[in-house]
Ligand binder design. Structure first.
Ligand code: HEC
Length: 128
């Protein structure tokens, strides 16, 4: 019976270790309170949640741009509960492909993001 050689555990690559250390420090140190998901809205929240990785202009991974999605969802503007309903669809991957970035959203965050889209997906710096 051939014995499989014991694999030496490989340490995580250096940048990852540094990031982990930074995160641990941030969590334990409580220096500057990082902005939490719950405190962010609109474009800042979309940026924080990584949505722009795919939905920026020009978009990647055949994702529609936020501009296009805003045009698509405009018809729901002012409709009570529309954002929450669309948020559920997004999280469940219906009727779209299953995308982790969508599925891992909390209902609250997904609803906020959908409301932002329905309201026109304005960039954070747009002054009106
Ligand atoms: C890994 C790339 C990726 C990331 C990250 C991503 N998306 Fe998507 N998203 C897609 C793709 C691809 C589609 C199109 C799916 C399809 O056509 O089946 C899509 C579709 C959508 C749609 C439906 C658009 C429509 O017109 O039907 C919404 C809404 C959406 N994404 C919102 C978000 C939000 C909000 C985030 C941030 C939490 C996000 N996405 C992050 C790739 C991504």
């Amino acid at each position: 019976m051939a014995r499989t050689p014991t694999r030496t555990r490989t340490a995580p690559p250096q940048p990852l270790r540094r990031l982990t250390a930074a995160l641990l420090f941030a969590a334990g140190g409580q220096a500057a309170p990082a902005l939490a998901e719950s405190e962010l809205t609109g474009a800042a929240l979309a940026l924080h949640m990584g949505c722009y990785n795919c939905h920026r202009t020009p978009a990647r991974h055949d994702a529609p741009t936020f501009e296009r999605m805003a045009a698509h969802y405009e018809k729901l503007r002012g409709q009570e509960g529309a954002a929450a309903k669309e948020a559920e669809h997004l999280r469940r991957g219906e009727p779209f492909r299953r995308i982790v970035a969508h599925e891992q959203l909390s209902p609250e965050t997904a609803t906020k993001l959908m409301q932002w889209l329905i309201d026109g997906a304005k960039p954070a710096s747009a002054g009106g």
